[in-house]
Ligand binder design. Structure first.
Ligand SMILES: NC(=O)c1ccc[n+]([C@@H]2O[C@H](COP(=O)([O-])OP(=O)(O)OC[C@H]3O[C@@H](n4cnc5c(N)ncnc54)[C@H](O)[C@@H]3O)[C@@H](O)[C@H]2O)c1
Length: 418
């Protein structure tokens, strides 16, 4: 099929590259020229395991990138909308990029003859795709349009693998004709394909992320209680995870979830609930536990070394999770902010995310090796579970471990929940 993809972020670029890998002809569109130039030079603008290889192999053949949305839409039969849907100040979803894309698509489709399918892949609150349809109809003057909502469940860091090996594919369809075309695109995937209406597809995405976030805040709260009772929460998690109704996944207690999705999506769902006069008590609590969790590391640090002013503190790990350069809503941001407030001298290291973190904190010291952070600091906070942090020489220094990276049990070692 001939596919255009709007937005070359984690979702759009992975979607485009993977469809090209699967034999389709794909044009990726973005408004950022640097991204487009990089892709056309066969370089990935983001770090994602395996993505650069796919881009390298298919750019110049079945995959290309452009700033020209019109050219992309006019030369394809199907357009995926993968633009960002950030949080507003009050936590509700900002749909401006989606609306803008819908308007642009509508204007372009006015000049295109024949049927075109638009697929919203961005995460959007229930009823949004219906509005996208109305906007496109308004600007195109057309009624015979295909509309689907196809939520994406990929994990950053494993995005290519997850896109190609999903647990399930959800097709939210405005009508059968739209759904049939999208089904055709996915029919060779071996996982279950669930066909539902637009609103249900939108809600499945939010409910999935809210559930996973709840699992994390749940085990973190259990961990905080376990710590006070001198119980190993990881043993507790093993014990409850063996219950097949619970499963062991997402039960790693630590310094909290981050990333572009869980915080944003839980906040957006809570805001949507309030908008329709429902008080989302559980979702609010999930967010509250998560907000406080990174700061528990600072509390533990203070218990060990007292006042933090002028103390040299190392932060190992900046990305919200390993194998990613993404720092959006990362616990490291909350931690560094607090350390700066307490007037500590901060040394930081991350194998992939330092470039991004420098944009937020340009004035802390970034080291080119994890070992340098340890050598320079009197206490070390482990915030992301990068594999390489397991085998460093911690030199008997104070370590507050937010991710159970180390198995240490000595007096200088403290786990956040164990
Ligand atoms: N990142 C994830 O792990 C993940 C997983 C599942 C779903 N999602 C959802 O997918 C959506 C995209 O997320 P992301 O992480 O890829 O976002 P991102 O911010 O990394 O990328 C969005 C891209 O869209 C581009 N863009 C914005 N407006 C545009 C326009 N009018 N025309 C062309 N390009 C435009 C931006 O320049 C940017 O490159 C969001 O709704 C997100 O919630 C993300």
């Amino acid at each position: 099929m001939n596919i255009s993809v709007i937005g070359t972020g984690y979702v759009g670029l992975v979607t485009g590259a993977c469809f090209a890998k699967l034999g389709h002809k794909v044009i990726c569109v973005d408004v950022i020229k640097e991204k487009i130039d990089l892709i056309n030079r066969k370089v990935s603008p983001i770090y994602e395991e395996g993505l650069e290889e796919v881009i390298y192999k298919h750019v110049g053949k079945s995959l290309s990138a452009t700033l020209d949305l019109k050219k992309a839409i006019l030369s394809t039969d199907m357009t995926f909308i993968c633009v960002g849907t950030p949080s507003r100040e009050d936590g509700s979803i900002d749909l401006n990029y989606i609306k803008k894309s819908a308007e642009q698509i509508g204007k372009i489709l006015k000049e295109k003859s024949g049927y075109h399918l638009i697929v919203v892949k961005s995460t959007v609150v229930p009823s949004t795709t219906e509005k996208v349809k109305e906007i496109i109809e308004k600007f195109s003057g057309k009624k015979d349009l295909g509309i689907c909502m196809n939520p994406e469940f990929l994990r950053e860091g494993k995005a290519v693998h997850d896109f190609l090996n999903p647990d399930r594919i959800v097709i939210g369809e405005y009508d059968k004709k739209s759904g049939d075309i999208l089904y055709e695109l996915y029919k060779d995937f071996s996982c279950p394909i669930l066909r539902v209406d637009l609103k249900t597809a939108e809600m499945i995405k939010y409910a999935s992320n809210a559930f996973l976030a709840t699992k994390i805040s749940f085990i973190n709260e259990i961990g905080n209680i376990c710590k006070k009772l001198d119980i190993d929460v990881y043993k507790v998690a093993e014990g409850i995870g063996l219950d097949s109704r619970i499963s062991p996944k997402f039960l790693n207690a630590g310094c909290g979830f981050g990333g572009s999705c869980f915080p944003k999506d839980v906040k957006a769902l809570a805001a949507k609930a309030k908008e329709i006069n429902y008080n989302p008590i559980l979702l609010e609590s999930v967010l509250k536990v998560n907000k406080d969790q990174p700061l528990r590391m600072i509390e533990l640090l203070k218990n060990k070394i007292g006042n933090l002013e002028n103390k040299k503190i190392g932060v190992l790990g900046l990305a919200f999770k390993p194998n990613s350069d993404d720092i959006r809503e990362a616990p490291a941001i909350t931690i560094i902010k607090k350390l700066i407030k307490e007037k500590s001298i901060v040394y930081a290291y991350d194998p992939k995310a330092m470039k991004n973190m420098k944009k937020i904190f340009p004035d802390i010291s970034y080291e080119n090796k994890a070992q340098n952070v340890i050598d320079n600091s009197e206490a070390i906070l482990i915030v992301t579970e990068w594999q390489e942090f397991k085998n460093l020489d911690y030199k008997e220094k104070i370590v507050i471990d937010g991710r159970k990276v180390l198995e240490k049990k000595d007096i200088n070692y403290e786990g956040i929940c164990w």
